[in-house]
Design a protein around this ligand. Structure first.
Ligand code: TXA
Ligand code: MG
Length: 367
């Protein structure tokens, strides 16, 4: 009996392993204009990369892992394919996409970069830094939402690089989530929310960085950080000097994607500093309220909350960023009345974490 039980347990383990190793559904066959049947493949499988590249070349949509978050990719040179990204995400056409290139040389085919961008490319690519450049004629205007500039990065995830190389062209990709929602950091997040609209999902495991790339543009006044992200200001300053970067000044406020409300859970989220309020947890007449807590490390009585997400028990901001969106999704999935987030120090990746939390905390009527 014992051995039968063990055998059954082993069998179950094998089946679970088998399933996580490869879920191979229908092979795409129909023309790109229609939805090709969705598949789910391991990104480490060379066959999966060839299949994904074939879909991209045919004008389909592939969700793929990057080191920041999962992207929803299409051939950056094909306006019809790019239009499918906007449809799948229900993203306003005025919100430009990031073009993902395999290396500096191919990035230069799509963008005319400022001289000041060169040392940054050399230092941080491949990696979570997006640079805004003058667009070349290879980039259709739907990618840039009509702007004469294009945002470009070279991602660091080996599967993303392999896919771009195999496709033989750059891939335009926003984060693979419905517009406005929390970005996906696992293949399963994409499957849950965009599954049907995507032709293939490449599963490359959890994203290591966990927040989107830092976006820098180059104005006559110097570099401007349009979005805090996976490359820290401190690291950028180590290359261009401490006074060389303007932070948080969106010199072109018409560029969307800098929307106040974004990266949102459906559950209302508030950022409350523990030292500023002792009345933020359910008590007295608020007793019925189900509140979740999102905190870097636990500094208070957790029993007052319906759920608690601790981002890093040691207060490590890199670990916290990597788990931020997963934690927000988990809290959002359990029908809470609200989420209380404790602020994190605004240094290193803490700047990007606070940026995402603040945009999530903006009330729905402001955007
Ligand atoms: O880490 C990332 O950047 C991820 C992965 C998939 O690479 N992508 C991502 O894309 O976060 P998305 O679409 O969620 O953010 C793209 C943002 C736009 O919303 C806009 O703010 C900015 O990039 N952007 C794109 N083109 C721009 C341009 N020409 N000028 C200024 N900002 C631009
Ligand atoms: Mg996004």
């Amino acid at each position: 009996m014992d051995s039968l039980l063990r055998e059954l347990q082993n069998l179950r383990l094998c089946r679970v392993r088998g399933r996580s190793a490869r879920i191979f559904r229908n092979t795409p066959a129909s023309p790109p204009a229609q939805r090709i049947n969705q598949s789910f493949m391991m990104a480490s499988d060379p066959e999966a990369i060839s299949e994904a590249a074939r879909i991209i070349r045919k004008g389909g949509l592939v969700a793929f892992p990057t080191e920041t978050v999962y992207g929803l990719g299409a051939d950056a040179e094909n306006p019809v394919a790019v239009a499918r990204i906007f449809e799948a995400k229900r993203r306003p056409r005025i919100d430009p996409l990031i073009v993902h290139a395999a290396d500096i040389e191919s990035a230069r085919r799509y963008g005319n970069f400022s001289e000041a961008a060169l040392p940054l490319m050399e230092k941080f690519w491949p990696g979570p830094l997006t640079l805004v450049a003058g667009k070349t004629s290879l980039v259709p205007s739907i990618v840039t939402a009509g702007l004469d500039t294009v945002a470009i990065r070279v991602p660091a995830h080996p599967a993303a690089l392999a896919l771009i190389r195999a496709a033989g062209r750059a891939i335009a990709a926003p984060s693979a989530n419905p517009f406005g929602y929390v970005s996906p950091t696992e293949a399963g997040h994409v499957a849950e929310q965009l599954g049907d609209a995507v032709d293939l999902i490449l599963d490359g495991g959890p994203s290591a960085v966990g927040v989107e790339s830092t976006i820098l543009s180059f104005e006559t006044s110097g570099p401007v950080m349009l979005r805090a992200g996976g490359t820290t200001v401190e690291d950028i300053q180590s290359i261009i000097g401490c006074t060389g970067i303007q932070i948080g000044t969106v010199s072109r406020p018409s560029v969307p994607g800098q929307m106040k409300r974004h990266y949102c859970t459906r559950t209302p989220l508030e950022i409350i500093d523990i030292s500023e309020s002792r009345d933020d947890a359910p008590q007295g007449e608020k007793q019925e309220e189900r509140t979740g807590l999102l905190t870097l490390s636990l500094m208070e009585d957790a029993s007052r909350y319906a759920a608690v997400e601790i981002l890093s028990p040691d207060g490590d901001l890199v670990e916290a960023a990597a788990g931020l969106f997963r934690a927000l999704r988990r809290l959002d999935a359990i029908s809470l009345d609200r989420i209380v987030a404790r602020p994190v120090p605004e240094k290193g990746l803490g700047l990007a974490i606070m940026d995402r939390l603040r945009r999530c905390a903006v009330s729905p009527d402001i955007s």
